[in-house]
Ligand binder design. Structure first.
Ligand code: URA
Length: 205
């Protein structure tokens, strides 16, 4: 299996109700061998139109955050919990997230084999932490998921709604967070092999 093949399959996905309102499946993009993967919530209007993740206003802010930290966007891999735009930009429903992550995200993670995953916002953080948790409590801390380091951050759309840069503000905290991610990236051992095995949310026995 390759990312290209997986993407071709995903483009034809009809596994959940989100197929009804989508223009395009937004599979994800970036370095297929990235050490760092960002996982957002789901495509918005611009993403649905263009077929690319994080290209709207929130995506442009994500680009500025990456640039400020000296992390080239093309070196990372960017995707979402669900690959099709939920109606009215609502949060993905639990069954949509479950179906989509099991069909696509878990396989993307296995193929890219990132060493660090940054969930953006509460919906993505919940997937990796396995429980509903306030993003304010879990962001900016290291967690682990199937042997992969996980470092949740605020969703850039949340930063757009909270523009203050004062100490302790979401933007200020995000600036601290992305610098921590950059430091962690620099101290990683060289990426070799494929340490990540297929992962399942369900018991395998
Ligand atoms: N918000 C997300 O969570 N993902 C995108 O791709 C765009 C906006």
């Amino acid at each position: 299996m390759t990312l290209e093949l997986l993407e071709a399959q995903a483009k034809a996905c009809t596994a959940c109700r989100l197929k009804e309102g989508r223009t395009q499946v937004v599979f994800g993009e970036g370095n297929p061998d990235a050490r760092l993967m960002f996982v957002g919530e789901g495509p918005g209007e611009e993403e649905d139109k263009t077929g690319r993740p994080f290209v709207g206003k929130a995506g442009q802010l994500l680009n500025r955050i990456l640039e400020a930290a000296g992390i080239p966007r093309e070196e990372v891999y960017i995707t979402n919990i669900v690959k099709c735009r939920p109606p009215q930009n609502r949060a993905p429903l639990p069954d949509e997230a479950k179906i989509c992550t099991e069909k696509w995200l878990l396989k993307q993670i296995e193929l890219v084999a990132p060493q660090i995953i940054v969930p953006l916002g509460a919906v993505a953080a919940e997937f990796f932490l396995g429980e509903k948790v306030p993003i304010t409590k879990v962001r900016g801390k290291w967690h682990e998921w199937h042997g992969i380091k996980v470092f949740p951050m605020f969703h850039p759309a949340y930063l757009l709604r909270n523009p203050s840069r004062a100490p302790g503000s979401p933007k200020h905290l995000t600036w601290m967070d992305i610098q921590e991610v950059k430091r962690a990236l620099e101290s990683l051992p060289p990426k070799e092999g494929r340490p990540v095995k297929a992962v399942s949310q369900e018991p395998l026995f």
